[in-house]
Structure formats: structure tokens, C-alpha cells
Design a protein around this ligand. Structure first.
Ligand code: ADP
Length: 175
């Protein structure tokens, strides 16, 4: 049985992530979506909320489960018995980052393979940062994220009040 881990920040989960998870779930027997607990970048949603939103987003995929993790991704992959780590690739800028990450992870865990799935063209422009920016600027996010994520973002926008200001500076939310 091949188990794959799909790690990320998922702050919050969007249709680009869902697309990668659907395709990975078709390739591997089990997919563990791993929500990183302590990203170096500033996040909008706490880990528990990101996990709940991911669970709902991936609920229709029977061989997908969602778990939070901290520490090295390769250690988490070993913990769950995964042989593969899956990442999504949007643009050349993603490639350089993913390439370095993959080489470092390979050094740390030669037994684990890294598989990058190319983005679906439809979502090539979509990132969690763009999604948050569009939401806070009052744009339509219906085609970008599942309805429950749209609701969560709307609550955040409302909580930010009339200023339209994000609770943390959007420039610090880059992904
Ligand atoms: P990170 O893990 O770098 O913080 P995210 O949590 O936003 O990034 O994304 C997790 C994974 O999903 C990464 O491999 C990222 O490249 C991929 N991903 C994000 N958005 C898309 C998209 N629109 N299409 C394909 N893959 C994506």
C-alpha cells in the first residue's frame, strides 16, 4: 500500500489544493493532508481551524485524511508510514523553492520520494494569499474556495470591521 503525505499551510484551503488532493488521491492508496502547525510565515487561521476547513474540503475523498503536524515533514511522513510526499507546482517561482525543499528532504530521508503535480491551468493563478487579498478587498471568491471557506473568510472580513483592514498585514501573509 502506498501512502502519500500532502503537506502545506492551507491558510485557508482553496480549489487549487482540492484539485491536487483529488489527483493525488487517485494515484496513491492513502493520502494524508498534513497541515503545518508552525509556518515561518504569519498565518490568518489557527491550526485547528485550518484542519477543520481541510477536513470539510476533502470529505468526499474516502482515502484522504487530514492531520496537523509540527517539526520536519519527513519525520511526519515516516510517522504515518508514507513513502511519498506530494506538492503542487504553479509557476517557475514555485519550482525553485520546491526543488530546494525536495533536495534537502531527500538528504534527510533518502527513502521518501517527492512527487510534484502540475497545477490545473484553471488554478495556476490561485494561492492562499491571493484568495485572502481578494476576500479582504471585497472581491468575489465563489470560484476560488469551497463555500465553508468563503464563510470563514467573510467572518474574518466582518471582524476586521469597516476599515477593510486584515487582522494581520496582508503583506505578511505571502505564500
Ligand atoms: P506552503 O505549503 O508553501 O505554505 P500552501 O499551503 O499554500 O503552501 O500549499 C500547499 C501545497 O499546495 C504547495 O505544494 C503548493 O505549491 C500547492 N498549491 C497551492 N496552490 C496551488 C494551486 N493553485 N495549484 C496547484 N498547487 C497549489
Amino acid at each position: 500500500m502506498t501512502i502519500a503525505v500532502y503537506p502545506g499551510t492551507f491558510d485557508p484551503v482553496h480549489y487549487g489544493h482540492v484539485d491536487i488532493a483529488q489527483r493525488a488521491a487517485a494515484l496513491f492508496d492513502q493520502l494524508v493532508v498534513a497541515v503545518y502547525d508552525r509556518p515561518s510565515k504569519q498565518i490568518l487561521f489557527p491550526t485547528a481551524e485550518r484542519v477543520v476547513m481541510c477536513r470539510e474540503a476533502f470529505a468526499k475523498l474516502p482515502n484522504v485524511r487530514v492531520s496537523a503536524y509540527r517539526g520536519l515533514t519527513v519525520d511526519f511522513a515516516r510517522e504515518v508510514g508514507a513513502q511519498v510526499i506530494v506538492r503542487g507546482l504553479r509557476a517557475l517561482s514555485d519550482f525553485e523553492f520546491e526543488f530546494h525543499m525536495a533536495l534537502m528532504n531527500k538528504k534527510l530521508a533518502p527513502d521518501i520520494e517527492f512527487v510534484c503535480l502540475m497545477t490545473n491551468l484553471e488554478y495556476a493563478y490561485l494561492s492562499a494569499t491571493t484568495l485572502k487579498e481578494v476576500a479582504f478587498l471585497g472581491g468575489d471568491i465563489c470560484s476560488l474556495s469551497p463555500p465553508h471557506v468563503q464563510d470563514a473568510l467573510r467572518h474574518r472580513v466582518e471582524a476586521a470591521g469597516d476599515t477593510g483592514e486584515a487582522p494581520v498585514p496582508l503583506s505578511s501573509l505571502r505564500d
